[in-house]
Design a binder for this molecule. Sequence first.
Ligand SMILES: Nc1ncnc2c1ncn2[C@@H]1O[C@H](COP(=O)(O)OP(=O)(O)O)[C@@H](O)[C@H]1O
Ligand SMILES: [Mg+2]
Length: 638
Amino acid sequence: MSTQQDSRPAPQAPDESPPQTPPQPRPHSATRSLLRLWPYVRPIRWFLTASTVSALLASLSALVIPLVLKDIVDGPVAHRDTAGLWQQGVLLLVLGLLEAGLFGLRRWFVARPLAGVERRMRADLYAKLQRLPVSFHDRWASGQLLSRATSDMYTIRLFLAFPLVFLIVNSMVFLTGIGIMFTLDWQLALITVLPAAPLIVLCSYFERRYSAAARLSQDQNGDLATVLEESVLGIRILKSFGRHRTMAARYRAQAELLRETELKKARLLANLWAVIVGLPELALGASLAVGVVQVAHGSTTAGTLVGFLSTALSLRWPVESLGWLLAYSNEAATATDRFYEVMDARPADAEDGPVREGTAVAVAAGSTTASAAPARDGIRLTDVRFRYPDAPAGSPDLLRGLDLHVRSGETMALVGLTGSGKTTLTALLPRLYEIDGGRITLDGTDIREIPRARLRELVSMAFEDPTLFSASVSENVLMGAPEASEEALERALDVAQAQFVRALPEGTATQVGEQGLSLSGGQRQRLALARAVVGAPEFLVLDDPLSALDVHTEALVEQALRQVLAETTALVVAHRPSTVLLADRVALLAEGRIAAVGTHHELLESNPEYRELMSGERTGGGAGTASGEGTEDGSLVR
Ligand SMILES: Nc1ncnc2c1ncn2[C@@H]1O[C@H](COP(=O)(O)OP(=O)(O)O)[C@@H](O)[C@H]1O
Ligand SMILES: [Mg+2]
């Protein structure tokens, strides 16, 4: 899919050109795109029909008005019969009221159902975004997804409410009006209609140009949203590095691109409009001149000419509206394409794919039947290979035939240089990414045979970068186990040394995250740790869980964590010797494999690489790792 290119600007290189807009998809018909909306439109098809019928009746009643005018001119006016006038006057009034009432009714029919359509589409898109694997989100810029979920949805709803109905209604009104004009005076009608023929060719030319511009504009909107989002989230970094001006320049450049596209759209529309408005105007002038001559010669009545001209005039709106109705339909078609690009995304690895079940019983039977179950095997990785889908071509695999066995009940520390793949390895266990080769088993069951929901219950994670959601402390922690009891919550908070929450204004009910109280890096890390341990998971995976803690808190957390680790099988990414000491054994990750396994002391004795790593003499990948100054990152990020 063409838009899956990563168009994120990297904050550390803000001088490069603004993010690229994805290349244009193959052009295809707007109608075909719009037809894909049918599943959403189907439930409200009768409301849409009712709305269209009322609009049609309203417009047709407006078309009757010129005929009444004709009768007035040829009847009461020609015969100077003022008494007959009031009947037709009342008729005109009734027709006017009917038109207004029916148009009101049209709106009433669709407002509520359409809000429902928009809601359903939003819900489906959101659910899809949640189901798509992490690798999808790695590839898509968040602003692109954001704009699809917001402005594109709005465009589609507006299209269904108005342009869709009026494309149908106005065409029918146009044809009816032309019919009336031909009945009234076919010669005048020919003079009026002939110049309109080139309009058809022009419209199809316009449609193609405009839909390309519309697509570009919507993609650029997404890029703009990405830049905006990153600047808002990264505002501290930008400010502290004095980069806010560069970022502002980048934003301006992006906005300028969008402006140019919008101007191009406006120019296209203006050109079309000039012709759409100009041509009929000329035709009308011509038919007026010819008509006056005809009336003078007595070959037609004054009333007919009045009726003819006012019919022609009342067709101006259907014709003039054509330009923007087409334009809007095109935008809606593009919005629909963009919506379905996400909805269609790689169904193969969407996380709702079929799961081979049945073999999951061994694991699902779990801890309660420990003695009866076959010997529990813990976590076993065999010949695991992995590379990121967007890794540079030609680079070696990140993990190349990695073997690791964490015995049941054991705590294994995972150490390695920065960038060696420790975080990646932890993400493979709950299948946030799929391995490219080899096998990972939990208590002997291949993780691909465990239903994902169950797998993620079994494996609990605390990530390197602890994210809190806009919700209360307890909601954030209980994400790890929604059914956990109040005591379990308290215990988890104790283990994580997160007693600070009790001092918050509303205790565990205090709102945190984006919309709530800002917490420090260390505080967030402790809540993330509480989230990981609250469900007493069978397998616990911690990615450097104590990096942002001060030495004192770290010691307290370690003490409490020991009890939790004693009851689970755990893999703990560690940088500091103190964290490593929590583990029974240590595995050293280097060059895509486990280079050595042993106790901390064994490895210190036997493995020079490990010795260097732990002493902090050597730093890998250019960034400091093994020293104990973790807090610096945590506090800068938010
Ligand atoms: N989502 C991703 N997409 C592509 N490459 C990634 C992604 N995450 C990490 N990498 C790359 O994989 C390598 C290992 O990263 P990581 O597992 O985070 O290392 P560690 O946790 O050991 O420091 C790095 O070179 C990093 O650039
Ligand atoms: Mg890491």
